[in-house]
Design a protein around this ligand. Structure first.
Ligand SMILES: Cc1cc2nc3c(=O)[nH]c(=O)nc-3n(C[C@H](O)[C@H](O)[C@H](O)COP(=O)(O)O)c2cc1C
Length: 336
């Protein structure tokens, strides 16, 4: 069934197809046509970051940037959803076209640039859908906030979203916002995460509820950089790490149409690198901090490989575009 839908969707402009698919999903959920697969509800729940996840398969950030499609996505059987990246103020992102398919490699290249309607719109969407499941909110900085003042954006976004988030993801790894990845540098990271941890703990004390923070990192880091990051995540008392975002490398897609487009590459070509990052983090963290694995997961084997490498949970994005929603059922069945 999805093969047919995919043939139709892939004949359309990628970003238009993306919006059409999400809107159709919402309609199907409203009409009661969509039912989460049984397999997604039959697994033993896992406790990660102090939260109980009905299954370990989550939606990665970027597909639902404004939290406008939660009911449709929830009906697919995900164990958790991550919405965003949201920035404090709305912004339109980079000029179109900014999303490209590389079907031979089951990959995408995107340079969306955090196109989103801002925190206010996201919060109002979340309030109106009354979602009961686990919801991560992924935050970033506005493109026109100078990098030296990035912490102000993260702190203001955290403050606004924490009351409605099961956990908050700090995205410092998108390749499409100038200099954003510099925040992964040791001194910048320590300062940013230290400030966020203080705010998290202050909010926790005043509200009697701890909102965990996950930090999302890039796949394009050396082993030494990964070790430094792992140490800082522990010293600044973060709650989880998400590995990984898209890659700037084109080694795996040389010669393919669109491979030279600027942006982050996702899907099958990032799988091996994401797995290596999960392994390196697992070794350094020694089980002291949960890892959420993401990057190129597109079948039961790649999902199992990420979990075996040390991930407690996984997320998917590009695999969903190429394989369709039955991917969630396929993975959950294999984990049963
Ligand atoms: C079109 C597109 C938009 C994305 N937008 C975001 C984003 O806003 N924030 C973020 O943290 N990650 C974003 N990502 C990265 C994904 O969440 C994920 O980390 C990455 O694509 C690797 O997983 P995958 O191979 O399953 O797609 C985006 C990915 C794609 C393909």
């Amino acid at each position: 069934m999805y093969k047919l839908a995919r043939r139709f969707l892939f004949a359309l402009d990628p970003e238009y197809a993306h919006d059409l698919a999400l809107n159709s999903l919402g309609l199907a959920a409203k009409l009661g046509i969509l039912k989460p697969p049984l397999s997604s509800q039959q697994l033993t729940p896992r406790t990660v970051m102090g939260l109980s996840f009905p299954n370990p398969v989550g939606l990665a950030a970027g597909l639902d940037k404004n939290a406008a499609h939660i009911p449709g996505l929830a009906a697919l059987g995900f164990g958790f959803l991550e919405v965003g990246t949201v920035t404090p103020r709305p912004q339109s992102g980079n000029p179109k076209p900014r999303l490209f398919r590389l079907p031979e490699a089951e990959a995408l290249i995107n340079r969306m640039g955090f196109n989103n309607q801002g925190v206010d719109a996201l919060l109002s969407n979340i309030r109106s859908c009354k979602h009961q499941g686990i919801l991560g909110i992924n935050i970033g900085k506005n493109f026109d906030t100078p990098i030296e003042r990035a912490a102000e954006d993260y702190l203001s976004a955290f403050k606004r979203v924490q009351g409605l988030a099961s956990y908050v993801t700090v995205n410092i790894s998108s390749p499409n916002t100038q200099n954003l990845r510099k925040l992964q540098g040791a001194s910048e990271l320590k300062a940013l995460l230290g400030a966020l941890a203080s705010l998290r703990d202050e909010c926790g004390r005043s509200q009697g509820r701890h909102t965990p923070i996950a930090v999302k990192i890039a796949p394009d880091l050396s082993e030494a950089e990964l070790d430094d990051i792992a140490d800082i995540l522990l010293s600044e008392k973060m709650d989880a790490v998400i590995a990984t975002n898209t890659t700037l490398s084109r080694d795996e897609v040389k010669g393919l149409a669109h491979s030279q487009e600027t942006g982050g590459l996702s899907g099958r070509p990032v799988r091996a690198r994401a797995l290596a990052v999960i392994q390196a983090l697992h070794k350094r963290l020694g089980g002291k901090l949960p890892i959420i694995g993401v990057g190129g997961i597109s079948d039961a084997d790649s999902a199992k490989a990420a979990l075996d490498a040390g991930a407690s949970l996984i997320q998917i994005y590009t695999g969903l575009i190429y394989r369709g929603p039955t991917l969630i059922d396929e993975i959950c069945r294999a984990l049963d």
